[in-house]
Every structure is written in structure tokens, then in C-alpha cells.
Design a protein around this ligand. Structure first.
Ligand code: PMP
Length: 366
């Protein structure tokens, strides 16, 4: 018996079947590509801000664990992002980590986590990893929220946690406030209002983060130019955040991330300007894409567009041909029947959007 055989045997006996059957979250090598697959900001920070980050990082005490109460960072985050003073505030290593923490805090094995579907795949992945059951409530054929179906599913499954991505990923739609309110009124447990793409949408639940009895607002800095930092925050009634805080790993936010935030967040207006540029480019890019043969663009309130290809070339072919032209977008055509033929394309810098349009023009006319 080789050591590998014995490792395989032990793994089969030891690692959860569900985990063995799963793939690790795949991140493609993007070296040399125009990267329009992950909703990052295409804009780098200006040199002077980068220099401030470098100085802050150099001064960070790497020999010490991060300090416990983070009151200065809390004040900065509240100010930069309009988190109400009365709301509790938790920080995560990306909002992904906070999604984990919410489910871990709330769900016993077999409990239900529910979301409109398709939505952010990590809601489903995380629920299952935490031994919860995931229920995805299909969107309408037009990729809108099916409120009657949501209310029926909530009544049937009594979910511990409901996730609402506002706007929704990967479809880009933003659910109406009154529909969200109806879900808040019906949900027996906690509703997570995931505002990852809020900077591109213009409306927010954040001002009410301390007042809603059964909701928390989840945000990230990943889409506004700081994806590399891995920083997310969750705001809600303190009684809720105190419970969720109990499952947070100790010192989950490293000193380098904290130092960088201290340097960058005073420049928040600059991040807002970059987001506004992407928002302004969304309409013209959508119109130019929709003018291509066999292409439909779904309405988006986010920094990406869901684009459906139903001409001579299908989404898989277009995805591959874009790749050979060094343009990376995300293929959702096999994720869910409602997304058949769909690619999700982040809005890039103007030269990237132009390169995308030129490539698609070429691909679809040959
Ligand atoms: N929520 C939604 C709806 C997302 O689309 C994403 C990222 N794709 C996240 C949360 C996680 O973002 P991060 O971990 O980078 O903060």
C-alpha cells in the first residue's frame, strides 16, 4: 500500500461526503487578460493614496495580534458608509466570511436558508457546508422577484435565514422596496439584505439598519476598488450583531487590512467617483451590446450586465472566443435554466468596454 492509497482511504472515511463531491471555488488565471469576470473596479487608487497605504502598512505592528475593540476603525466605517450610530457593526474577511457567520450563528443542522434564485452561489454553498438546507425560489422568466412564490416558500419552509442580494448577482435586478418589506414582514427568522452592489444602485436600507427587528445589512468594499483587501461589514440591531459576533474567529481582520482601511477610507469620495463613472458607463455599454445581433441585455442596477446570446453562436462559444482574445467574462449558461445563454460581464474602464464590444462584434459577425 502506498502512502497515497492510505491517504485516499482515510480521506474517504474522514472527509464529509458532501465536501469530497464538491469542487474548490475556482479562480481562473487572469494574467494578461482584460478582466471582466468578477465585478472588480477597473480603477486603481491614485499614487498618492497608494503611498499613504504603504506608509500605514509599514507602521503596522506585525508582532502583535490586532487590537480588540477597533473603535477607531468602527468610527471610520460608520462615517464613510453611513452606518447609523445605534447599529451594531461587525467586520469580516470579505463579506463571504460574514455570510458564513450568519448561517453558523442561526442554523441548526437541517434548518433552512432561503433566497430568490439564481442569486449569489455562495449563499447555497455556505448553507450546505453548515449542514443547513438551501431553498432557492426561482425568479420569474424575466428574472424579476417572484414575490408570491417567495411568500409561499417562506410560509412552507420557515427559513432561519433569508438572503436578498440587492441588487441581485448574477442578474443585476434590484427588488422593489415594498417587496423587500413584504419579505421582512413574512420572514420568521433573520433577513440579510446583501448590498454588495449598492454603490451602483443608488438606494439602500442602511439608514434603517438599527430599526428593522429581523434584518441586517451586509456590505463589502470589494466592488468599489478594494477587492484585494478582503473586507466586508455587517450592520444591524446590536442585539443581532452581538449574537453573530460570538461565532466570529478571533482576530479575523488582520492588522494590514486595518492599516490600509485607515489610509484609504478618508478618501471615500474618490471611490464614490469611480463607482459613479462605472454607473454612467453602464447604460451606453448595455445599449451597444443590445445592438449586436442575437444579444439581449437584462436591466442592471449593478456594475455588471447579464447578457443573453441567442444568435448563431451560443454563450459557450462566445465565452471561449472572448477568452482566446484575452477577455475574461463569467459563463452562467449552465448554472440555472433561467440563465441559459447568459454571460455576466463586469463594466470595465472605457478602453476595456471598447475592446469587449469590438471583440463581440467580430465574434458575432463571423
Ligand atoms: N454578496 C454578493 C451578492 C456578491 O456577489 C459577493 C461577491 N461576488 C459577495 C457578497 C462577497 O463579496 P466579498 O467576499 O468580496 O466581500
Amino acid at each position: 500500500m502506498t502512502s497515497n492509497d492510505s491517504a485516499d482511504g482515510r480521506i474517504a472515511q474522514t472527509v464529509r461526503a458532501h465536501v469530497r463531491a464538491q469542487q474548490a471555488y475556482a479562480v481562473p488565471d487572469a494574467t494578461g487578460f482584460i478582466k471582466l469576470d468578477a465585478m472588480e473596479s477597473p480603477y486603481a487608487l491614485p499614487d498618492e493614496v497608494r503611498a499613504e497605504v504603504a506608509r500605514a502598512v509599514a507602521a503596522a505592528p506585525l508582532n502583535r495580534y490586532p487590537e480588540g475593540n477597533l473603535s477607531a476603525l468602527r468610527a471610520l466605517v460608520r462615517q464613510a458608509f453611513g452606518v447609523p450610530a445605534e447599529a451594531g457593526l461587525l467586520f469580516g474577511n470579505g463579506s463571504d466570511e460574514l455570510i458564513h457567520l450568519v448561517i453558523q450563528a442561526c442554523c441548526e443542522p437541517g434548518d433552512t436558508v432561503l433566497s430568490p434564485w439564481p442569486s449569489f452561489v455562495y449563499f447555497d454553498i455556505t448553507a450546505r457546508l453548515s449542514h443547513a438546507r438551501f431553498v432557492g425560489v426561482p425568479l420569474t422568466a424575466e428574472l424579476g422577484l417572484d414575490l408570491p412564490a417567495m411568500l409561499a416558500a417562506i410560509a412552507q419552509h420557515r427559513p432561519k435565514v433569508v438572503f436578498l442580494a440587492l441588487p441581485n448577482n448574477p442578474t443585476g435586478g434590484l427588488w422593489r422596496d415594498e417587496d423587500v418589506q413584504a419579505i421582512l414582514d413574512a420572514a420568521p427568522g433573520l433577513v440579510v439584505l446583501d448590498e454588495a452592489y449598492q454603490p451602483f444602485a443608488g438606494s439602500t436600507w442602511m439608514p434603517r439598519a438599527a430599526d428593522l427587528p429581523n434584518a441586517v445589512v451586509l456590505r463589502t468594499v470589494s466592488k468599489i476598488g478594494l477587492a484585494g483587501l478582503r473586507f466586508g461589514y455587517l450592520a444591524g440591531p446590536a442585539a443581532w450583531t452581538e449574537q453573530i459576533d460570538k461565532v466570529r474567529p478571533p482576530y479575523n481582520l488582520g492588522v494590514l487590512v486595518q492599516a490600509a482601511l485607515h489610509a484609504v477610507l478618508p478618501h471615500k469620495p474618490l471611490l464614490d467617483e469611480q463607482a459613479a463613472r462605472l454607473r454612467a458607463d453602464r447604460g451606453p455599454l448595455a445599449a451597444a451590446l443590445a445592438a449586436l445581433p442575437g444579444v439581449r441585455v437584462h436591466d442592471s442596477a449593478a456594475n455588471f450586465l447579464l447578457v443573453r446570446f441567442s444568435g448563431a453562436k451560443d454563450a459557450n462559444a462566445v465565452h471561449l472566443e472572448l477568452k482566446t482574445r484575452k477577455i475574461l467574462v463569467k459563463n452562467f449558461s449552465s448554472m440555472h435554466p433561467l440563465l441559459s445563454g447568459c454571460l455576466r460581464i463586469s463594466i470595465g474602464a472605457p478602453d476595456e468596454n471598447a475592446a469587449l464590444l469590438a471583440a463581440l462584434h467580430d465574434i458575432l459577425s463571423t
